[in-house]
Design a protein around this ligand. Structure first.
Ligand code: GLY
Length: 423
């Protein structure tokens, strides 16, 4: 049995339609109204339990996505203007007692909620609470940079600049990379991971804001190290790369959340797709086009027939393994970003492929009923334990909060093509 889709079937797969984009975006914004009420200022956790996120505090690497979803809802507030949605998701008088939300009411609702969350991010970075890792971009770009870009929110600017300082404090000059996790310089953690490419836009933004080139210089060094070492000969990618602390050269690759060391963790490959696109956006180095095409090509040629990625691309049709819908939407966002810089013909190809992935997700993974889930996308996988990997199992075949965020981002990119990205 063939495990992965062939080129002909990929090219003939249908694309998401404009009506489907609107339907899904509208439901997402409605779901966010309900979630903002029900989470009462708390943040959903990284993954749902039986389809439902539980409220938690601002810790870990994923809370910025909820704020990002809140900002995307703010930008798409017109979908619920004029509607009366209560905290229980029923259409009725809203809790403030107004008979109907005007567009301004809805924008205020989302911006006030997001700005309250931004205050939590400011407090977190000022207290240095759970920020001893590299995920400052995931946390602070869709929350605080977005707040500054959309609303000139000084708290957002201040918090994001502090987060950029925190991120560059993890730079390792020997090897020129930002250390992902753990005590700085610890031999068991002298490594970077492919995901970090999405943390770097925060540094470009910080240089743009302050005029200080140090942030951009570190980002560029890390990108160079990552591009030189993370892509394997067959165009698959390492999840994590250990560098030699004495020579600064590649030591070895290893997985944490993939199936095994030599396999391609689906989300890692997807971070590679979006990561090479943002690397090009900021550096304009032409060789990054070819890295993007290689990493994306591998991802696409290791998808099953229904285009919903298995959690590791080693698996395909016929394997009894869970999927990771979040990988598909991350990769779609990367393709839509890169399409901005490609020739018309190539841009049309990648946009069409992104729309096919989104169609697959629309049909197979989208939440359509708030009774079923308080998330947006089913069938995500955060970390699945295998006999060969080192991860702590969590969120297998569940909603994952970044999957929800990138689903909204992808829909929004297609619905609002002039959207100014938060990254
Ligand atoms: N950045 C961690 C993950 O994708 O699970």
């Amino acid at each position: 049995m063939q495990k992965w889709i062939n080129e002909t079937d990929l090219l003939s797969y249908p694309e998401i339609s404009d009506i489907e984009i609107k339907t899904a975006l509208k439901f997402s914004v409605e779901q966010m109204v309900r979630n903002i009420y029900s989470f009462k200022g708390n943040f959903p956790g990284a993954a749902s339990f039986d389809g439902f996120y539980k409220p938690g505090v601002n810790k870990g690497w994923t809370t910025g996505f909820f704020t990002g979803e809140t900002w995307l809802s703010y930008e798409n507030a017109s979908f619920v203007a004029g509607e009366r949605i209560g905290a229980d998701g029923k259409l009725r008088e809203n809790p403030e007692g107004a008979s109907e939300r005007t567009l301004q009411d809805v924008k205020d609702f989302f911006s006030h909620a997001a700005e309250r969350q931004v205050l939590s991010f400011l407090s977190r970075i000022e207290r240095k609470a759970d920020v001893d890792h590299h995920d400052m971009g995931f946390l602070y770009s869709p929350s605080c940079v977005a707040a500054w870009k959309l609303r000139d929110d000084e708290n957002g600017r201040k918090a994001a600049l502090l987060a950029a300082d925190q991120l560059i404090s993890r730079f390792q000059p020997v090897g020129e990379f930002i250390q992902a996790w753990g005590r700085m310089g610890a031999p068991e953690n002298y490594r970077f991971i492919i995901d970090c490419l999405l943390n770097l836009p925060l540094l470009y933004w910080a240089t743009g804001e302050t005029g200080d080139p140090k942030y951009r210089d570190i980002a560029e060094k890390h990108i160079h190290t990552a591009m030189a070492n993370v892509i394997r000969e067959d165009d698959s990618t390492w999840h994590t790369v250990f560098m030699n602390p004495k020579t600064g050269k590649f030591d070895h690759g290893a997985t944490c959340q993939g199936y095994k060391d030599g396999s391609a963790w689906a989300r890692g490959q997807a971070w590679g797709v979006y990561g090479t696109a943002v690397a090009y956006k900021y550096t304009k180095r032409p060789e990054y086009f070819s890295y993007f095409k290689r990493v994306t090509g591998y991802f696409l040629h290791h998808l099953p027939k229904d285009l919903v990625p298995y959690w590791d691309l080693t698996f395909g049709d016929g394997d009894d393994e869970p999927r990771d819908s979040s990988s598909a939407v991350i990769a779609a966002c990367g393709m839509l970003e890169m399409a901005k810089y490609l020739s018309q013909e190539e841009a049309a190809y990648y946009t069409s492929i992104a729309r096919k992935l989104l169609k697959a997700i629309y049909d197979a993974c989208r939440v359509t009923d708030p009774e079923e889930s308080n998330g947006l996308l089913l069938h995500g996988t955060y970390s699945k334990k295998s006999p060969y990997n080192t991860c702590t199992p969590e969120g297998v075949d569940e909603c994952v909060i970044w999957g929800d965020y990138y689903w909204m981002e992808a829909l929004n990119r297609l619905y609002n093509p002039s959207w100014q990205i938060y990254w």
